[in-house]
Design a protein around this ligand. Structure first.
Ligand code: ADP
Ligand code: MG
Length: 674
């Protein structure tokens, strides 16, 4: 089978379906099936179920009452039936010409004239035309590519491609798997006796085999990426421990058990000669920053440099402040590198990073990737990496060896996702909050009661506490979003004239942003009006109230992050989610989830359930081969099995692993890169 011999239009339509080579056709599986293997007598056919009858057309007319429609009466030996087409082409009229013998596939319902089928599938046959001996597959397709064409192409591909089993017979037997070739053939042409329900619910052994193979390919590619990383070298970091001891002595708190545990995991990796790629997960407020600082000290004590990168300048700046506070007293030089800095100052800072004088640099990712070559980068820390995607690996320029990487995320990744898309990373989890946190009370309030909420802000601020007021997300237009923030600020400044009301948004110059944030931290501003720029990382323990306007427009992770800005000090904290009715079904589910739980993992699981993994991971993750057959919610058992088998194959049957990957990822080599 040769794609170059197909018409260009067909090739481009196939491409839209993700089909670029014959084997892709083999894996293009039906959405559902039509049963044309059986003919019912009209009189005996069940109502409201898909059935096929064979009858002759006794009457056919175009009727205009109540609207234009084609109406035909067909009869078989047992009875009669009406066929009604509301929109029709002349060609369909021909199919229903009086005297024709037709096979009709559709649902019979009670109609005005009697029992009828509306828009059945119609085929003209002659007496004795053989019935197919398999169910008829219905494939996902695009316009211009008909089912019969697609079916024929797939049949050709099934004949042309080798459908041998990539797995050894012993393994297939041990796991009680269906044979691969049998499985795909069955799915494309199921014999009539196959339980359709098993096919529809994808629990038929043939489906299970495809899901297993798909997950195995995913696990193999992720584990191979992991192994390839272990072939590269990274500096072995041998810290003295003196600086971290001083830092710990200086802190007003002791580390939680969870913080100590993850730190030990990180230190162990840093002492090994291949690059760490560890994901540090911890809910909002779980205290990842101090862990990052102590990890940086491992590099610095070993005579290497450390870098911390954040997605936005506002967040990078916060990290810079905190790290400078902690590390400067230890005699460490911490520098700040921002896109907005004057080019002369920036060049000077970069020169000092490149000479190795600077031990710790903080800034935004983009900047580091573009313009800085480190002299001796030992550890790169990436905050809120979920915004970038795990697969968009950072290519840091480092003189000599790959640096160790620590990625931090406050978006908890549900276990199944961690096991699949993140299988090439090591994961540490901070599963314990620092003591003294107060659970945040969440309230859902319709926006008609906005005025009451302004009063509420006044009451809270009168007690010496502070509040955030988050402006709605307006996806269509950044300009509009900015204007809304400015208007909201002006209005609140008037309504709450007795307090200092500040405004921070994405368009402020970094210095202006920093000044506003500093005033809020110092308490000279009591209310901070913000766009979602405060979503990540901002830490002001005295702020105990968060009001979010148009909460129904925000994603679950975003709401959880925003709410995490409060409840950080002592004192009761509240989060008010203002929403505007009517709510869409998904918005309702999201608000319910955020209202019912403050546990990031529970919320992430709900988020995954509501959105599915593709969206959950975000388009930035497009490097990750999305699963087509397996469902991470339902197929956890298969995933676990695939993971174990992948591990075994890589250890003792590498050729099998390679053959399997070749089949599943051929033509998609980009997915194998890291
Ligand atoms: P996140 O994990 O969201 O980045 P942070 O690192 O910003 O959280 O920490 C949140 C707050 O908790 C900070 O004010 C930090 O100083 C404080 N903190 C961190 N660890 C502890 C601890 N073990 N005990 C008390 N407070 C802590
Ligand atoms: Mg943080």
């Amino acid at each position: 089978m040769d794609f170059t011999k197909l018409p260009k239009a067909t090739v481009s339509r196939l491409e839209k379906l993700g089909i670029r080579q014959p084997f892709d056709l083999v894996l293009h599986l039906p959405l559902r099936y039509e049963d044309e293997t059986h003919i019912f007598n009209i009189a005996d056919a069940p109502m409201h179920a898909s059935v096929q009858v064979e009858a002759s057309v006794a009457h056919s007319e175009v009727s205009y009452k109540p609207r234009k429609q084609l109406l035909a009466r067909v009869i078989d030996d047992s009875g009669e039936l009406w066929v009604r087409l509301l929109n029709f082409y002349p060609s369909q009229q021909q199919l229903l010409a009086v005297g024709n013998r037709v096979r009709l596939l559709g649902e019979i319902r009670r109609g005005f004239h009697g029992d009828e089928m509306i828009h059945p599938k119609i085929r003209v046959v002659s007496a004795g035309t053989a019935l197919p001996d398999a169910l008829t597959p219905v494939y996902p397709t695009v316009s211009g590519l008909s089912q019969p064409t697609l079916r024929r192409l797939i049949q050709d591909a099934l004949a042309a491609c080798s459908l041998h089993d990539t797995l050894p017979a012993e393994l297939v037997e041990r796991l009680d798997l269906e044979d691969f070739g049998r499985a795909v053939r069955l799915l494309h042409q199921p014999p009539p006796e196959v339980a359709q329900r098993q096919l529809a619910e994808r629990v038929h052994p043939a489906w299970l085999r495809l899901k297993f193979d798909e997950l195995l390919a995913q696990q193999l590619s992720m584990r191979l990426a992991y192994q390839r990383r272990r072939e590269r070298t990274a500096p072995v970091l041998t810290p003295t421990g003196t600086l971290s001891e001083s830092l710990l002595a200086q802190l007003p708190f002791g580390l939680t058990g969870a913080q100590q545990r993850v730190l030990a995991e990180i230190r162990r990796d840093l002492a090994s000669p291949y690059p760490m790629q560890r994901l540090l997960q911890g809910d909002v407020g779980s205290g990842k920053t101090i862990v990052a600082a102590l990890a940086a000290l491992v590099a610095i004590e070993s005579g290497h440099q450390a870098a911390l990168m954040a997605p936005t300048e506002i967040l990078a700046e916060q990290h810079y402040r905190k790290l400078a506070d902690w590390l400067t007293p230890l005699g460490i030089e911490v520098v700040w590198l921002a896109g907005s800095q004057k080019s002369k100052a920036k060049a000077a800072t970069i020169a000092r990073i490149e000479s190795g004088e600077v031990q710790m640099a903080v800034g935004t990712h983009a900047l580091f990737q573009e313009s800085v070559g480190f002299a001796r980068l030992g550890l790169a820390i990436v905050d809120e990496q979920h915004r970038f995607g795990v697969h968009q690996r950072l290519a840091l320029r480092n003189k000599g060896g790959s640096p160790h990487m620590l990625m931090m995320s406050a978006t908890p990744i549900p276990r199944t996702l961690a096991m699949s898309y993140y299988a090439d990373l090591d994961v540490s989890v901070i599963d314990e909050m620092p003591p003294g946190r107060t659970p945040v009370r969440t309230r859902l309030v319709q926006d008609a009661r906005r005025d009451e909420m302004v009063d509420y802000v006044r009451t809270v601020c009168a007690t010496g506490r502070q509040a955030y007021w988050v402006c709605p997300l307006i996806e269509e237009s950044e300009a509009l979003q900015l204007q809304t923030a400015i208007d909201t600020h002006a209005q609140l400044a008037e309504e709450l004239a007795e307090f200092g009301v500040g405004l921070v948004h994405g368009r402020l110059k970094p210095a202006e942003k920093a000044a506003v944030m500093a005033d809020f931290v110092a308490g000279t501003l009591q209310v901070l009006v913000a766009t979602t720029v405060i979503e990540v990382g901002v830490d002001v323990p005295n702020a105990t109230l968060m009001v979010i306007e148009h909460a129904e427009r925000m994603g679950l992770a975003q709401l959880h992050q925003l709410r995490g800005r409060v409840g950080r000090g002592g004192g009761e904290s509240n989060c008010v989610l203002l929403y505007s009715a009517p709510l869409s079904e998904t918005a309702k589910q999201r608000l319910k989830a955020i209202y019912e739980s403050t546990d990031g993992f529970v919320i992430a699981r709900e988020d995954l359930r509501i959105r599915g993994p593709g969206e959950f991971l975000g388009s930035r993750q497009s490097g990750a081969p999305m699963l087509r057959f397996a469902d991470l919610e339902r197929d956890t058992d298969i995933l676990e099995q695939a993971r174990d088998v992948a591990e075994q194959l890589l250890q003792s049957q590498l050729a099998v692993a390679e053959a399997h990957l070749q089949r599943w990822l051929a033509g998609r080599e980009e997915l194998l890169k890291t």
